[in-house]
Design a protein around this ligand. Structure first.
Ligand SMILES: Cc1ncc(COP(=O)(O)O)c(C=O)c1O
Ligand SMILES: N[C@@H](CCCC[NH3+])C(=O)O
Length: 425
């Protein structure tokens, strides 16, 4: 579900023609729909209403302050993985008591910053980290809240690079080591057990891996509640979204819930019978499912090149702007800003100007013929799009605009050449 659709053959975001945005702000340009984020958050919140819950948005998915502000206004908490993310959420008025701090490599200064900010809980990923938190908390004369991230060793049935819950991954404490570390933690004077967390991966498209992981850890979670006073069970994020037919050309944007999709309701209905009997506060850490389909990346065709074996549509957005295709062979739907029903379809690679053969947005994609100067939209780019962007090849990172109804807000300016070098002076 999202608010991108065609009207009179023009691509719109909410009440605004995308064309008017590129004329004003240029390309490449990230365009977000605020209403889509609000709708997703609200749906998730309703879907979980049978349990005492807190949604902690995974800031890494899209960390623009104005996006975070939308989520603060909705009452969201935040899942953080760095001091930088903590800094961002505090700046936009997030309640630290709704923030968790995960990540395998929290530094001393990050731990200190999080304790001083008064976060709800650390999500501890190793024994050494636990001792470090205890030591820093002692120095600050406080008791720090900790939750253990259990690695349940289950397959997430997703891309290997975004699987996190098996013993081959660096994340969490192995299922079989948790009790031993828990016993040790009880002897530490400056930490106390607040909860348990799992997060098995990202872009998961069926409910089974979630069920398997939850079922696997439930006996341990119960024990941690009854014997050691854990108050929350954080079941992580990872819910996948639709990338292939995010918007069917010619159709209205409100795509129907299709049977095969892992919808928020389906997810909630499947897991609630398992977690409700625990009587604990349930945390979820969604990133992609809240913002993924709320953003597009708009780009202009620079050249069309007919090679011997392939035809290349060369655009002004590249892997530095959206790395997912290069990094995960990810599929993002591509649409013209202006529908041209009379154009014939052809198979092309849509590529950027970066000097890497993996710099592509689409490979062997059947698309309506594009001509230089025309615009296209790469859909479902709201999560892990700008937040993973870089300045590789000394390219300037794109501007970002947020739309709500007919309101247009430039939420990040396009970088300039001087931005590239200011920190080197
Ligand atoms: C600890 C943790 N929580 C939440 C998320 C959010 O994941 P997703 O965007 O797939 O919901 C991630 C990223 O995979 C993560 O590492
Ligand atoms: N960055 C990844 C997801 C990883 C999520 C963080 N653990 C993506 O674009 O799909």
């Amino acid at each position: 579900m999202h608010h991108f659709y065609y009207k009179d053959s023009e691509l719109y975001v909410e009440d605004v023609p995308v064309r008017s945005l590129v004329e004003r702000y240029g390309t490449p340009l990230y365009v977000y729909s605020a209403q889509t984020i609000i709708d997703h958050y609200t749906r998730f919140d309703h879907a979980l209403e049978a349990v005492d819950h807190l949604i902690c948005y995974a800031v890494k998915a899209n960390s623009n302050q104005w996006i975070l502000k939308q989520l603060v206004n909705l009452g969201s908490g935040f899942d953080l993985v760095s001091g930088g993310e903590l800094y961002r959420v505090l700046r936009v008025g997030a309640d630290p008591q709704k923030c968790t701090f995960a990540g395998v490599g929290k530094t001393q200064s990050e731990i200190e910053e999080a304790i001083k900010a008064g976060i709800y809980s650390f999500i501890v990923e190793s024994e050494e980290e636990l001792y470090q938190i205890d030591k820093i908390a002692a120095r600050l004369s406080v008791k720090a809240p900790v939750a253990f991230r259990i690695n349940p060793d289950v397959p997430a049935l997703t891309h290997a690079k975004i699987t996190t819950g098996t013993d081959l991954n660096k994340f969490g404490i192995s299922f079989c080591q948790v009790e031993d570390i828990l016993e040790k933690s009880l002897k530490l004077p400056n930490v106390f057990l607040k909860g348990v967390q799992i997060h098995i991966g990202s872009q998961i498209q069926s409910v089974e891996p979630f069920l398997l992981a939850i079922q696997r850890v439930i006996p341990l979670v119960e024990k941690m509640k009854k014997r050691f006073g854990a108050e929350f069970f954080d079941i992580g994020g990872g819910i996948g979204i639709v990338y292939d037919k995010a918007l069917e050309s010619g159709e209205h944007a409100w795509w129907q819930e299709r049977n095969e999709l892992l919808t928020l309701n389906r997810y909630a209905n499947a897991i609630i019978p398992l977690i409700k009997p625990l009587g604990m506060k349930i945390l979820v850490e969604p990133g992609r499912v809240l913002v993924g389909n709320a953003g597009i990346l708009v780009s202009q065709v620079i050249y069309v090149k007919k090679g011997v074996s392939k035809k290349f549509v060369i655009v002004d957005a590249a892997m530095n702007d959206l790395v997912r295709p290069a990094f995960y062979e990810a599929y993002h739907q591509i649409l013209p800003l202006k529908e041209q029903p009379n154009r014939h379809l052809e198979v092309v690679d849509v590529v950027g100007p970066v000097c890497e053969s993996s710099d592509y947005l689409a490979l062997d994609r059947r698309l309506p013929e594009f001509r230089s100067g025309e615009y296209l939209a790469v859909l479902s780019a709201g999560a892990y799009g700008f937040s993973m962007a870089s300045n590789y090849n000394s390219r300037l990172r794109p501007a970002e605009v947020l739309i709500q109804g007919n309101q247009i807000q430039l939420i990040r300016k396009r970088e300039s050449y001087s931005d590239l070098v200011t920190l080197e002076e």
